[in-house]
Design a protein around this ligand. Structure first.
Ligand SMILES: Cc1cc2nc3c(=O)[nH]c(=O)nc-3n(C[C@H](O)[C@H](O)[C@H](O)COP(=O)(O)OP(=O)(O)OC[C@H]3O[C@@H](n4cnc5c(N)ncnc54)[C@H](O)[C@@H]3O)c2cc1C
Length: 396
């Protein structure tokens, strides 16, 4: 049986970053995935992810994002691929706004994080100020905004592919299309009967992670199907060019038909591809092995356009040019879990991070690799994501 310093189970955002960082640090590492990443069956696809530095989910996340931005730049330099487009992130909120990611103070936290970490930002105190700079957003009375300038678009498939490329360059062994069936201590057996042994195992299995956890941990995870939509640009395509359109999160005014925020992106350089804009409504609890990938025209496109898009982005038309489905794996209160398995101190869980983890994944991978090799993370603090802290958080 081949023996490794560490085996990483799952090679999406979290696992590709961890495998790369372990290999870069000189560890003997094996990364295993049941599919061939980057792929469309987990949580790290769809062409774009928002990255921000001033983090509304809590000030403790900002150092993860800032460190990740440094790593994305290093990966870009080492691979010659573009991972990150720094076109800013505008967050809009207003009167009776919907809650974002279960965090009541989301908008206020962004300003607090920007001040604490000296992140370049710009406030828009009135709807008129937003409209003057960004006429594509039909903001309402009482709306205000904050532009995080150290923010923008990540290209998730490229991030995963580039980190796996570098991992292999640094000597990692990568096993694709091979499912891990069981883990005993730090011995890993695959569904096709291969056996590997290691000092440590990192489980970064995304929506499949709860299957490796005891019931009392697994119960904190909820997997939901999310729908991604690309709508046609009907008028003023220049407003959606990356130089005129930051990524955006909009805490919409709540009404009988609007229950969640929307978020969206600039076009990809070709306005005829439309723009990705979608909502945070859950598409229902999902089994990751049996996800309905068809998107319902009436309920999931027409209704969404009518309630979430048309009143707020009037340049976009009702014709949906592209759809994809993706999985959120939420922990209570949208928290992250990065900790040792309480039953087995040779296993570390890295959760799929509640629908806002991609931007932090490069730093999380580095921190987990450092924990494996040196016993502690050197650049960022991952203690807030320990299980004990989750318990404290849930009690609060
Ligand atoms: C629609 C949507 C929009 C999002 N938007 C944003 C955003 O704008 N900004 C942001 O920061 N975050 C965002 N997120 C969250 C972010 O994408 C996730 O936090 C991140 O992608 C999770 O990565 P992961 O590595 O945990 O999961 P995945 O990428 O799914 O990787 C898990 C991997 O484990 C593998 N695996 C599972 N079981 C096994 C097994 N038994 N054996 C071998 N391999 C296995 C899977 O095949 C998979 O490749 C979004 C997520 C979704 C779904």
């Amino acid at each position: 049986m081949t023996k490794y310093d560490c085996i990483v189970v799952g090679l999406g955002a979290m696992g590709s970053a961890t495998t790369y960082q372990l290999a870069k640090a000189g560890a003997k590492v094996l990364g295993i995935d049941q599919f061939s990443p980057p792929h469309k069956l987990g949580s790290s696809h769809g062409g774009s992810r928002i990255t921000r530095s001033a983090i509304g989910e809590g000030v403790e996340y900002s150092e993860l994002a800032l460190r990740s931005h440094t790593i994305w730049r290093e990966v870009e330099a080492a691979t010659g691929r573009q991972l990150f487009l720094r076109n800013g992130c505008l967050t809009i909120s207003g009167t009776d706004a919907v809650v974002m990611h279960d965090v009541d103070d989301f908008f206020a936290n962004i300003g607090a994080a920007a001040r604490q970490y000296d992140i370049p930002h710009r406030m828009f105190e009135t709807p008129e100020a937003i409209r003057a700079r960004y006429p594509q957003f039909a903001v309402k009375a009482g709306d205000h905004g904050i532009l995080d300038e150290e923010a923008g678009t990540l290209f998730p498939e490229t991030c995963v592919a580039a980190q796996l490329e570098l991992a292999e360059r640094h000597g990692a062994a990568i096993l694709r299309n091979t499912a891990v069936a069981s883990i005993d201590g730090a011995d890993v057996t695959t569904a096709d009967g291969q056996r590997f042994s290691a000092e440590k195992v990192v489980i970064a299995a995304g929506a499949w992670l709860p299957r490796f956890a005891a019931e009392e941990l697994a119960k904190h995870f909820t997997v939901t199907r999310q729908v991604l939509l690309w709508f046609e640009i009907k008028t003023n395509p220049e407003r959606f060019a990356p130089e005129n359109c930051p990524v955006y999160i909009w805490q919409l005014p709540r009404n009988a038909h609007v229950h969640s925020s929307i978020y969206g992106f600039a076009h990809d350089g070709d306005p005829s591809h439309g723009v990705k804009v979608t909502h945070e409504e859950s598409g229902g609890v999902a089994d990751p092995n049996h996800v309905d990938r068809t998107v319902d025209q009436a309920e999931e496109i027409d209704r969404v356009y009518r309630n979430y898009i048309e009143p707020f982005l009037p340049d976009l038309g009702p014709h949906c040019l592209r759809t994809e489905t993706c999985l959120y794996t939420r922990v209570d209160r949208s928290r992250f879990v990065i900790d040792t398995d309480p039953r087995n101190d040779r296993v570390i869980f890295v959760s799929a991070c509640s629908g806002h983890g991609f931007k932090h994944s490069a730093a999380i991978g580095e921190a987990v690799a450092q924990q494996v090799t040196n016993g502690r993370a050197a650049h960022v603090d991952i203690a807030p994501f320990k299980l004990a802290r989750l318990a404290d958080y849930l009690k609060a």
